[in-house]
Design a binder for this molecule. Structure first.
Ligand SMILES: Cc1ncc(COP(=O)(O)O)c(C=O)c1O
Length: 476
């Protein structure tokens, strides 16, 4: 007889699905009543898990309830309207259904012939997003990734293979000079990991200073490239960011594209979060020049409101992923041989792969580009409202961006009340979540990002009231 604890009987399945849907619905309907951030107690969590020695089978409904109950209590709720956080969105409703469907059908996206519908959906999306970013549909290629870090790593690898074709087979030791690439202190730190993962080492990452607008300083960049060439090094890549993690700043993309063309360097634009601005014409102007990037990182699991992980790597070089990742094996299925199709494992770092694109496809199918544009426009408007409310309450805005990440400090007291202390108070209250950053070359700042498409004017007022109360409490 089949093992019934792995495949439950039909009546047990019916009860499980009913309970699952009840728990999900309770969460979606009630998440705003939860503390946004939990009280942290690692010892209590370990005691909670101690009874799980897995020697006895547990009733599936009880196991499900145990997890749902403790997720309620023990996580930061990024689906809360008062989460002003780190680009972690509230997933669209249909994307939650999509992830469940993917788990049930479990399509294998390594080879085309195993899951042709799923692979074609992802290819369709790659082209649709490529075109949105201004790429030529016929020339663009891409792959879904676990997230922005993998997409950035893919970008560094593609740039290496493009600049040094021998790298793919012979590795770094075959190169005539040490390759180096250029970022700023505001670039995402996954690029440092990528440098390690590619065998370059973090010394190969040149951190270019910022200009007064917190963007990559072009003259510093130009002279660093010249210095590096004079020292016998081999510059191969510039990474511009379109929407920095800390402050939502967009590097000067047209000028970076000009420089890359002149210096024959690859331009990778990390638009993991900010790329979503492309959906809204009046915001999309901040991304001007992105169409000239050789490759782009774009994370659907940030501003496109789908669950993790859903990253996208796009490139306008049709053959580069193939040259970077193609391997051939005897054991991969050959049913599609002779057809004009691509096996995703030949264009990606991943092999066995989950159907990442479905949550994006279904959200787009249900909301349309207009639905996304409305959500993004709303979030940008809430960012503007937050800036106004903060300004009226003795807070000074510091980061020069139109995107809805607001970095600010107290300007009611001299010296200013410490941003870290204020953030700790707000987070400990459980009523909102925000973080702190360090201003380039300066002190700590508060950082609030409109991460949730449901965050409205009432939620903005709650945040500002809590900030005012926290400042008062810290000032004593
Ligand atoms: C600009 C930027 N790039 C890359 C990443 C890494 O993305 P992920 O966490 O999806 O790997 C982040 C994460 O916040 C980011 O803000």
């Amino acid at each position: 007889m089949a093992n019934s604890s792995l495949a439950l009987a039909p009546d047990q399945r019916a009860a499980l699905w009913k309970r699952l849907i009840e728990r999900i619905e309770e969460y979606l309907a009630g998440v705003d009543t939860a503390r946004v951030a939990p009280l942290l107690d690692a010892g209590a969590l370990r005691s909670l898990l101690d009874p799980y020695n897995f020697n006895q089978a547990q009733n599936p409904l009880d196991a499900l309830d145990f997890v749902a109950q403790n997720c309620w209590r023990h996580q930061v709720h990024s689906s809360h309207a008062h989460y002003y956080g780190l680009f972690n969105p509230q997933p669209s409703t249909i994307s939650i259904a999509a992830d469940a469907l993917v788990a049930a059908f479990n399509p294998q996206l390594a080879g085309w012939s195993h899951s042709p519908f799923a692979v074609e959906i992802e290819q369709h999306l790659i082209h649709a997003f490529g075109v949105r970013f201004g790429y030529d549909r016929a020339q663009c290629d891409g792959t879904f990734t676990s997230g922005g870090a993998e997409a950035n790593h893919t970008g560094v690898l593609c740039a290496l293979v493009h600049a040094f074709p021998e790298f793919a087979r012979e590795g770094l030791r075959a190169l005539p000079a040490q390759p180096v690439f250029y970022v700023t202190g505001q670039s995402h730190h996954s690029l440092l990991k990528a440098a390690r993962e590619c065998g370059l080492g973090t010394d190969a990452v040149r951190e270019i200073p910022l200009d007064a607008g917190w963007k990559m300083d072009l003259s510093a960049l130009t002279s660093r490239i010249q210095q590096d060439r004079a020292a016998g090094l081999a510059p191969f890549l510039i990474v511009g960011t379109a929407g920095t993690t800390s402050a939502g700043i967009v590097d000067p993309l047209p000028a970076l594209a000009d420089l890359c063309a002149r210096e024959r360097l690859w331009l990778h634009v990390d638009a993991a979060w900010g790329g979503a601005a492309v959906m809204v014409p009046e915001l999309g102007a901040v991304l001007a020049g992105i169409e000239r990037a050789d490759s782009i990182t774009f994370d659907a699991h940030k501003w496109l409101s789908v669950p993790m992980g859903a990253g996208i790597f796009l490139t306008r070089h049709r053959d580069i992923l193939d040259r970077t990742f193609r391997i051939s094996t005897e054991y991969m299925p050959r049913e599609a041989e002779g057809m004009e199709v691509t096996d995703p494992y030949t264009h990606s770092m991943q092999w066995s792969r989950r159907f990442i694109g479905l949550k994006v496809f279904l959200t787009l199918a249900v909301a349309g580009w207009d639905g996304y544009a409305a959500a993004i426009r709303h979030q940008a408007a809430m960012g503007d409202l937050l800036r106004r409310e903060l300004g009226e309450n003795g807070w000074e805005m510091v980061n020069p961006t139109e995107l809805p990440v607001v970095c600010f400090r107290d300007c009611k007291h001299a010296p200013a009340i410490d941003a870290g202390e204020i953030a700790r108070h707000v987070v400990a209250s459980g009523k909102a979540w925000l973080s702190t950053i360090r201003a380039p070359g300066g002190g700590p700042l508060l950082r609030a990002c409109i991460t949730n498409h449901r965050t409205g004017p009432d939620a903005i007022r709650v945040l500002v009231e809590n900030l005012n109360a926290a400042r008062q409490a810290v000032a004593g």
